[in-house]
Design a binder for this molecule. Structure first.
Ligand SMILES: [Zn+2]
Length: 230
């Protein structure tokens, strides 16, 4: 996994990288999504109103006619989509509540939930990242419902993201919830900022991985890869 640790030296340069380099190369600066301390002072209704006003300004600057029937509703629609859907994972209130169950069957092999489709957005360009996540864990005595694994992936995907951070955030949440280091996360995704703009590479995909605890051996990694490819 490429994890660049950068420390902020001033507003323009980070460890010799310019702000432009960081965005263009999709580097990221911290494991936590960078949020303002007062991020939730405004209500969701106020946020939607503000975003709608600001987005209509962007459209206006682009020269679009906001009196057109087709465009009229777009600023409100975008605002609603940002807050209620594609960026709803910024709000900790939306974090999935996870109930744990005793591992009654004493199943002590890896459990793999594969091909979890997700849609996220690149935090550098605000265009989609579309991919599949595969998550696995070995129970330390507790298990969670399979749909919760999916929900955890979706929650962290619904933020402006970079793929390395998404991978880490899902892994950390699984470790915390399940009380074990034995978790693995593999993400295979296409970044529309790479395929539809910039270098316009239509075929490349980015794979990031996290192998914690017992998953961090070539034997377990092979076993996991076999399940995913089966
Ligand atoms: Zn991007």
């Amino acid at each position: 996994m490429k994890t660049e640790t950068l420390t902020k030296t001033n507003g323009h340069a980070l460890n010799g990288f310019t702000i432009e380099d960081i965005g263009d190369d999709h580097l990221f600066t911290s494991l936590d999504t960078p949020m303002k301390p007062n991020a939730f002072d405004m209500s969701n209704e106020e946020k939607k109103e503000r975003i709608s006003i600001l987005f209509s300004e962007i459209m206006d600057v682009l020269g679009l006619d906001l009196t057109d029937d087709s465009l009229k509703g777009t600023p409100d629609r975008v605002a609603k989509m940002y807050i209620e859907e594609i960026f709803s994972g910024l709000d900790p209130k939306n974090k999935p509540k996870v109930a744990l169950f005793d591992n009654k069957y004493q199943y002590n092999q890896m459990l793999v939930e594969k091909d979890i489709t997700f849609y996220s957005n690149c935090e550098h360009h605000f265009v989609p990242i579309i991919g599949k996540a595969h998550v696995a864990y070995v129970s330390s005595g507790k298990v969670i419902g399979l749909s919760k694994l999916n929900r955890i992936v979706q929650y962290y995907a619904k933020r402006p993201q970079v793929q390395e951070r998404l991978t880490q955030q899902i892994a950390n949440e699984l470790k915390t919830v399940l009380g074990t280091e034995d978790v693995a996360v593999i993400i295979d995704a296409k970044h529309l900022c790479v395929s539809s703009r910039g270098v316009k590479d239509n075929t490349s995909a980015t794979v990031t991985t996290y192998y914690g605890g017992i998953f961090n051996t070539s034997e377990k990694i092979n076993e996991l890869q076999n399940y995913i490819n089966s």
